[in-house]
Design a protein around this ligand. Sequence first.
Ligand code: GLN
Length: 287
Amino acid sequence: MPHLRSLLADASQRLADAGVPSPDHDARELAAFALDVDRIPVGEVEVGPDQARRFEALLARREAREPLQHILGSSVFRYVTLQVRAGVFVPRPETEVVAQVAIDEAEAMAATGRRPLVVDLCCGTGAIALSVATEVPTAVVHAVDTSLDAVQLATINADASHAANVTVGHGDVTDPGVLAHLDGSVDVLVSNPPYIPAGAIPIDPEVRDYDPPSALFGGGEDGLDVPRAVVAAAVRLLRPGGLFVMEHADVQGAPTRELALRTGEFESIETRADLTGRDRMLVARRR
Ligand code: GLN
């Protein structure tokens, strides 16, 4: 029977040859999944034929650059484990920093005894909304997405997280009436909208071939059609003093600050970076 150590070494090499950016990590994750354990055991471990076959099948999928998260069926975002699947955008680690800004604001408000009202526009799997809802339990969170697949998956994830303080609904941010019943009352509006410019085709097959284009491309040459709609929704939904946080591409710092500035409705407009130091989000306060 093969030993896990040699199977893993071989698997890592195959994934590296296929251009997978984190071959060791992915090989271990797939092995743990094949062996049905949380973490692969250390030392000399023999792998049975059924487990080896299972591992090989998973490995072949990853070698063909199917996203690891789709193969495993789940992804960890901050403290929540989210179901992920084809047709819905896979949450990214850099968005954890965007969620952090919304959480900090909601937490500060909750500390004063008020219940923060938080909106997540373009919620996808529900990653940001569920992080806010679970990390700030007194928050009231509304999440919407225009994709019915996303709404269904975010609802499943909300149920699984037992967060009773989050509502997931169908809503298109380009619809000027989305969440209109909350107009002028939202304390924190957070969004990771599609924003990739039309000409910037993603290089990684995991993104290019698997993330839904509607969740990637923001529309228009500059990719900012949907972000522009998010800014307009933020003006309408936020209460005076409410905080706006929106993820964007590293080249969109200045243009998104300009979008906020031009409305005349925001102050303290700034661009913040992610953990790799790249411009990643617009943060602004509603006047
Ligand atoms: N961050 C995404 C990517 O790198 C782009 C779309 C988004 O997050 N809204 O592919």
